[in-house]
Design a protein around this ligand. Structure first.
Ligand SMILES: Cc1ncc(COP(=O)(O)O)c(C=O)c1O
Length: 346
């Protein structure tokens, strides 16, 4: 066993996610797309067994173990109003005995409004939520979010609590270990099915932890597949002409590699991002995404969401329809969950 695999195996971990998640062929969809379509598989991380499922449960396996190791009693996290990460953290807190506090973007819903999507689920969980009131770039800025969480953590400590801060999307090197492990899981499933060669894997990339973990997992298992992170939040290039999200994912990938004592030498070229399906802004549905949601539902009985997985699936369909894969290749869609987004009215 390699030293890095030993570090991964020894990393403290709780069983938040129910794994392995299913890996299934999408033959019904393939038949509809026509004879030139590559073989299509789907990895069902919408079925991770916590709340309505989703990718965050895998990150929480490692993050909650970290919280427990530090003696924390309160999980403090943040996100968009309908954040799937905040919802899964709140549900995991209930199940594993932590108090939770979520700092969410936007004004508090009016007291007489009917909650929808994840806010409805938070009301069932009785999640204490702090609404930031502001809905500007400032609140979606990671530094600003960290400052707000740090101030709230100080307040909790003054009350005698021991908070554990989980940044946006659980995208820290510890959280990303969940997707290093997930790649090992998928590879074992593929090997069992005799399907070692996967040309490309499509998934939604939001705060980057899923992509960073997959990149490290692929390197660790010497897997030569193209990891296509589909952006869901359009980003203007920075002064050097680089997408700041690519920069952030690359940094997180290297930090995750370093945690496992692997060479931290990933470059921007190692991070493949597809920006073409993000739509006008984060959280706004697109026509291609809606079509992708309907097509997968009608061919496979599987639900995507308009904010993340629908856009990622639209990218897969776009690349397939553009003839970018041969019929004898295999392409995998990694479903990252988000179902509550289908029921969100705000
Ligand atoms: C349903 C869903 N898919 C994908 C993502 C993106 O994952 P990550 O934040 O690790 O990039 C998220 C969260 O941001 C999500 O909620």
């Amino acid at each position: 066993m390699t030293a890095s695999l030993e570090i991964l195996n020894d990393a403290p971990r709780l069983s938040v996610a129910v794994t392995p998640t299913p890996l299934q062929p999408m033959d019904g969809l393939r038949a509809v797309l026509g004879p030139k379509t590559p073989r299509l598989l789907i990895k069902r991380d919408d079925m991770t067994g916590l709340a309505l499922g989703g990718n965050k449960a895998r990150k929480l396996d490692y993050l909650l173990a970290g919280a427990r190791a530090q003696g924390a009693d309160t999980l403090l996290t943040c996100g968009a109003a309908q954040s799937n990460h905040a919802l899964q953290t709140a549900a995991a807190g209930r199940r594993f005995g932590f108090d939770v506090k979520c700092i969410l973007d936007g004004p508090a819903p009016a007291p007489d409004s009917l909650p929808s999507g994840n806010i409805l689920l938070h009301s069932l969980l009785r999640t204490p939520i702090i609404w930031t009131m502001r809905l500007t770039e400032e609140t979606r800025n990671e530094q600003a979010r960290r400052r707000t969480m740090s101030a709230e953590a100080d307040r909790l400590r003054d009350e005698g609590r021991i908070p554990y801060i989980i940044p946006t999307g659980g995208s820290t090197p510890i959280g990303a270990l969940g997707y290093v492990q997930a790649v090992r899981e998928a590879r074992a499933q593929l090997a069992e099915r005799g399907e070692g060669n996967i040309t490309a894997i499509f998934f939604a990339s939001g705060s980057g932890g899923t992509q960073a973990g997959m990149a490290v997992g692929a390197r660790m298992t010497e897997w030569n597949t193209q990891l296509v992170g589909v952006e869901v939040d359009p980003m203007p290039l920075d002064a050097d002409g680089v997408n700041p999200f690519r920069r952030a994912v690359c940094r997180l990938t290297n930090e995750t590699a370093a945690l496992l004592d692997m060479p931290a030498n990933f470059t921007h070229d190692d991070i493949v991002l597809c920006p073409d399906y993000a739509g006008p802004t984060y959280g706004v549905a697109t026509q291609e995404g809606d079509e992708a949601i309907r097509l997968l539902a009608q061919t496979e009985g599987i639900f995507l969401d308009p904010v993340y997985s629908g856009k990622a699936f639209a990218a897969l369909l776009g690349w397939v329809r553009a003839g970018r894969f041969r019929a004898d290749e295999t392409v995998l869609f990694w479903h990252t969950g988000g179902a509550a987004g289908l029921f969100s009215t705000h």
